[in-house]
Design a protein around this ligand. Structure first.
Ligand SMILES: [Zn+2]
Length: 434
């Protein structure tokens, strides 16, 4: 205790500040829930405007629970308080890391949601409202109160989501909607940017976002199931997707669809030496030449769809179990992201550590969300292939998104370590029909 105070005083001196007051609480056990009179006195003094900066030995000495930290950040935001800790550095809301703290307020809301904190809910509603596009305009799909679904437009949103997931090009969907006179909220025909903006609005999934971070369920109902919306929004925001109108996009056929049999991570295409190869995204446990691998999978699909009983593929025996597991796992990863944000806000980890954790978890989350998405209408995905006199030709005429939708729908692909040696080998490639 004395040592901690000495460290704090040294820091204050180093900053060239003067000690205004010292607040000592003897209960050091974290999360005891006991009232700390000195902590309360500190808050009162900050509130009264008598404190310009707080120096603590460590963030966890200052706030022992999310609730306390939340209250503290609130206070600091209002009073422009500067916060310094000996062990974890500056938590200053006028700095970049401090602003990140403010951004993690959303994470608190998730944490606090069980407690139904009305105050936080109001605050987040305000935040969400502040981030809404084009001022007061009614969002497409919603009545002007922004809480009531306008069914005629909601139907357009649901239909569009399904068509996007089935791999239909955005351009084609927009043309069709405009031809049917199903215009946007201002009653004018859709353009590519307005359509995209409307579709990826999380409000349709009944989700609240603050500063690009999902912060939990909204007060309004959902038009599109959250997992469906996530899949759609991921499809539209995928950086690998080339959005040039008229082109199907350049996403690789199997990336994020085939998985590593060693560690379970999705495979992505990377360059190894002179050839492009699918590789385990996390640890590079396995790899396969991309051109041969894609051809191999394409042949399997074309062969199966050319059989007389291809129509049997239209019936799914998917019981949803796998999706349910992926959804649960996705929820756990989201929780870990929140916890990391909390740890950062509490001064337990640095901004750099936070971003390392985030960079590791985000792609995992994206893949899990993809696996959790409800299956698109099988007839929509397979329609052009089944019963086609020339399945190969029909397959080749599909754009990349549509082909990916077919592979995702039909196959579960796992790549294990194969026989050692150069060249291509199907050894270790496990393909199962879904
Ligand atoms: Zn792996």
């Amino acid at each position: 205790m004395a040592r901690q105070e000495a460290d704090c005083r040294a820091l204050i001196e180093a900053r060239g500040w003067a000690v205004g007051d010292v607040y000592r609480d003897n209960d050091t056990s974290a999360y005891s829930g006991r009232v700390r009179p000195e902590y309360e006195r500190l808050l009162t003094d900050i509130e009264a405007g008598n404190v310009r900066a707080v120096v603590a030995w460590h963030g966890d000495r200052l706030h022992r629970s999310p609730r306390e930290l939340e209250r503290f950040i609130d206070l600091a935001e209002r009073t422009g308080l500067r916060i310094e800790t000996v062990k974890a550095g500056t938590v200053d809301l006028s700095t970049a890391s401090g602003r990140a703290v403010a951004r993690t307020l959303g994470a608190w809301a998730r944490f606090e949601s069980e407690h139904k904190s009305d105050r936080i809910r109001r605050k987040l509603a305000e935040n969400a409202a502040a981030g809404k596009p084009h001022g007061g305009l009614r969002p497409f799909g919603w009545e002007p109160d922004k809480m009531t679904i306008r069914e005629s437009e909601a139907a357009v949103l649901r239909e569009s989501a399904n068509r996007i997931l089935a791999g239909e090009p955005i351009r084609a969907i927009i043309r069709d909607l405009n031809e049917r006179g199903l215009f946007n909220a201002s009653g004018t025909p859709w353009t590519h940017p307005t359509f995209r903006k409307v579709i990826i609005n999380p409000r349709h999934a009944g989700l609240r976002f603050t500063n690009g971070q999902e912060v939990g369920p909204a007060a309004w109902p959902a038009i599109i199931e959250p997992e469906t919306w996530r899949a759609v929004s991921r499809t539209l925001t995928n950086p690998e997707r080339v959005t040039t109108p008229g082109r199907g996009g350049k996403l690789h056929l199997l990336s994020g669809i085939a998985f590593c049999g060693v560690c379970g991570a999705p495979l992505r295409v990377g360059h190894s030496k002179s050839t492009k190869a699918y590789r385990c995204f996390v640890k590079a446990c396995v790899s396969r030449r991309s051109d041969y691998f894609e051809e191999y999978v394409e042949e399997i699909i074309i062969e199966r769809l050319s059989r007389p009983d291809a129509a049997a593929l239209l019936v799914s025996d998917d019981d949803g179990g796998e999706r349910e597991r992926a959804a649960q796992e996705a929820e756990r990863v989201r929780h870990r992201l929140d916890e990391a944000a909390l740890a950062f806000a509490g001064g337990l980890i640095t901004a750099r550590q936070l971003s390392t954790i985030t960079e590791q978890l985000r792609p995992q989350l994206a893949d899990l969300e993809a696996a959790a998405a409800p299956p698109p209408d099988r007839a929509k995905v397979l329609g052009r292939l089944i019963g086609s006199p020339d399945v190969r030709k029909a397959w080749e005429s599909l754009n990349r998104d549509a082909q990916r939708a077919v592979v995702r729908l039909l196959l579960s692909i796992t790549v294990n370590r194969g026989r050692r040696g150069p060249g291509w080998s199907v050894d270790g490639i496990e393909i199962e029909w879904r």
